[in-house]
Design a protein around this ligand. Sequence first.
Ligand code: CMC
Length: 433
Amino acid sequence: MKEIAKIELDGKKFELPITEGTENEKGIDISKLRAETGGYITLDPGFKNTGSTKSAITYLDGENGILRYRGYPIEQLAEKASFLEVSFLLIYGELPSKEELDSFKASITNHTLVHEDMKQFFEAYPAQAHPMGILASMVCSLSTFYPESLDPNRTPEAKDLTIHRLIAKLPTLAAWSFKNAMRHPFMYPKNNLEYCSNFMHMMFAMPTNDYEMDPVVVSALNKLLILHADHEQNCSTSTVRVVGSSHANLYASISAGISALWGPLHGGANQAVIEMLQKINDDGGDVDKWVAKAKDKNDPFRLMGFGHRVYKNFDPRATIIKGACDEVLEKMGVDDPLLDIAKKLEKVALEDEYFKARNLYPNVDFYSGIIYKAIGIPTEMFTVMFAIGRLPGWIAQWKEMIENGEPIGRPRQIYTGANERNYVAVENRQTIF
Ligand code: CMC
């Protein structure tokens, strides 16, 4: 028998269909609720219970700590795949054959340069500009160099060209935003290097010196990017889909996603974690004191890198990354007081009733910042790294939304402001504030 939900409003009964996903996730379909009930909407701040779309890209089971891209467990992909392979999987739906992967890589490699005129934009930013601000602006600026990309409903070939350009150029733009901050000369991409190595070269080589590529670093980076590649309808991805639903072009939509990612409650948490560890260290390293502050409802302090909207058991990305983190630190012989604080914090919080009762565990950003720091990425670049990783997921979600012909995103609200009142001339008004 077909399952339905029943509600009763103003003495009338309504039936709402149940929709089911391939992993038996169930949702009450309220798409006709307002029309059928004469104006009722649902209210769900933060969309904690609201599905905004049906999607075939990523499956996430927060209760059981499961994350799969197109059906493939994250553990297998992080262990065995390359970031570009995973990008292809997310965007086109299947793992590429050898020929498909070679051709995808060749296309990405072919577009790594950015237009020379864009260098002037970089030079106009102050040295202290946050690289996320630069990155969001630069990605949107790409649309001005490729005006044919403004129409998102073009041929599949034209759409692919825009997608490949973006994947190819993001590391260049990211590395140059760092070089700009250092007032160092920009390093051009080297197309004989693979994706992660090329990024490290653009970040750390100088015209005078090559960057010595460490396979441990490159492999950790590849893993980190894969772990960040998609995470279904999170804040930045939903932003990309909503902006794209107005048929804004891909560059503008991704630029909006980068801005959404920047916040410390989302991608900005990896930077916030290191800043928090530094603060605790500078304060004398008393972990118990800071855990107590995080528990105090009158104190705005929260443990950054703890908790997640969806994972209420463990974050599978954090489990994988913790292993990678130990490996990198051991192989690189890193001895960092912040790491000791991180380990203590993790232990204290995991044993504490407050954190246990609320299912608050270290998330992916708790460990990613530590790895980034160990491999020499400056703190302000951490969220930029997240953006490079998340790009294929954003693109896949944007493409799916466009190809499914989804309607423009436009939530409703419950109005709580003043009722109708008449305009009062300025000389007759009282001072209120
Ligand atoms: N430290 C202390 N208390 C916390 C924390 C924390 N990090 N996170 C949640 N809580 C408490 C919160 O005060 C609330 O307590 P109570 O029920 O007594 O009022 C309870 O746990 C539930 O928290 P919430 O804010 O209702 O949960 P949410 O789903 O709205 O927020 C979150 C999720 C990730 C924004 C939040 O856990 C947080 O602010 N964490 C720190 C920032 C962070 O690490 N963000 C990165 C997330 S992973 C990367 C990504 O995918 O974006």
